[in-house]
Design a protein. Sequence first.
Length: 135
Amino acid sequence: ETGGHTIEAGVLTVANADLAKKNITRTRMGIYIADAFQSSIRGSVDAPNVQRNQDDLVMALDTLLSGLKRARALDPNHTPFINDYSIAPISASNTEAEIQGGTFTLAVDVQTGSSMERIFLSINFGETVTVTVQI
């Protein structure tokens, strides 16, 4: 076994104007995070399942996700980004039996950004429209 990942996403409530297509932005972000994390920690597979190594994995995940969160403000049009995340405590995701059995799970909640699937222009025009100065 070389490790792996599972992806569980929230319910998709946004549909494109073209109903034949679905919004896959969320799915792609989940796959991106899982692949990036899995690639960065591959050397930890078969390492001792002890607190120090577990903490290193939590730090690696935190580093990845904090970078994606910073990317939201820097260049969200050209780089992957997330809105926020929360890594669950190790004890909340792992029983002692799982640890002793060689399984280690990192549970994380990630909020992805939404896309502008519909853009509307709301315009008032005519001879009786009062225009206010905007600063």
